[in-house]
Ligand binder design. Structure first.
Ligand code: SF4
Ligand code: SF4
Length: 300
């Protein structure tokens, strides 16, 4: 039975495509955007989150970890993440929920069983299922199998992707996808590499090909202060996307600083220190810039 790693199945989503949807968040991404809102999805493996302000000092985790991940040195607790294999034993026994395993292996049928629970809501709202992450293309076979099963059940299927993969992988998931929501963060290749850790050459090539497919395409840009919040940044993207024949609309999404706690819990450096959510006035002005290119544009 096909299986893969997910962080969450979110029911009653209204921001991940049309209608009421169930969004499946998959683990693993091959970009490293320094402001990422979902750092728990970057690594494909399960990871332990520590919220030690909740710890009641019961000592169970020290006893239960088979890897010696939790130890006491000179009267102080230490967590050795390099020893952790993500088995989840300590999280299961932590009554205080100071330890939480993020990421679990699920079969396709387990995921689809949850998705199908809300079928009546999809039917009345023209909703369906969305694969997000992380990056659905990273666990391609798992993602395709989920969407295939959902298609067999007559559900509308959508993906949220950065499309930083060979076209053959994009094409494989397209065969079972009704709507594509794709991120384009920057047009300038060097600045894209600085901000995300990867080149945008393949992303933009894939965007051009996606723009010619039968499925409607929504392009989205997370607006991050100092990265792409200047008028010329949005203008460059709007000029690019206006050449995509099947563009449904272009959407700007504001950065928010709410992920800080997740970075801390995973011992990951938080590199968006000091960044604030763009104001409504900024989002309005940037949307106006995009509208000047004759495309449908909006912001969240
Ligand atoms: S099991 Fe949880 S509450 Fe108990 S010592 Fe470990 S982290 Fe603290
Ligand atoms: S998840 Fe498993 S290996 Fe990791 S610290 Fe907890 S018990 Fe140890």
């Amino acid at each position: 039975m096909q299986s893969g790693f997910i962080t969450n199945i979110q029911r009653f989503s209204i921001h991940d495509g049309p209608g009421i949807r169930t969004t499946v968040f998959l683990k693993g991404c091959n970009l490293r955007c320094y402001w990422c809102h979902n750092p728990e999805t970057l690594d494909i493996r399960p990871q332990l989150q520590l919220f030690l302000d909740r710890c009641i000092g019961c000592g169970e985790c020290f006893e239960r970890c088979p890897q010696g991940g939790h130890i006491v040195v000179d009267g102080r607790r230490e967590f050795h993440r390099d020893r952790c294999i993500g088995c989840g034993t300590c999280a299961d026994t932590c009554y205080a929920q100071a330890l939480v395993l993020v990421g679990e292996e699920k079969t396709v049928e387990e995921v689809v069983d949850v998705v199908l629970r809300d079928r009546p809501f999809y039917e009345t709202s023209n909703g369906g299922v969305t694969l997000s992450g992380g990056e659905p293309l990273m666990q391609l076979d798992f993602s395709v199998a989920i969407l295939e099963r959902c298609r067999e059940e007559g559900l509308h299927t959508a993906i949220e992707t950065a499309a930083n993969y060979a076209w053959s992988r994009v094409a494989a998931i397209l065969s079972v996808t009704d709507l594509v929501m794709m991120d384009i963060k920057l047009i300038d290749p060097e600045r894209h590499r600085e901000a995300t850790g990867v080149s945008n050459t393949r992303i933009l090539e894939n965007a051009l090909r996606l723009g010619e497919q039968p499925q409607p395409l929504i392009v989205r840009t997370p607006i991050v202060p100092g990265v792409n919040d200047r008028a010329e940044d949005v203008a460059a993207i709007a000029e690019f996307v206006r050449g995509l024949p099947n563009l449904l609309y272009y959407e700007l999404l504001p950065f928010h600083p709410l992920a800080r706690g997740k970075y801390d819990s995973l011992d990951m450096p938080y590199r968006a220190v000091g960044l604030e959510t763009p104001s409504k006035e900024t989002m309005d002005a940037l949307t106006d810039v995009a509208l000047q290119f004759g495309i449908e544009a909006r912001h969240a």
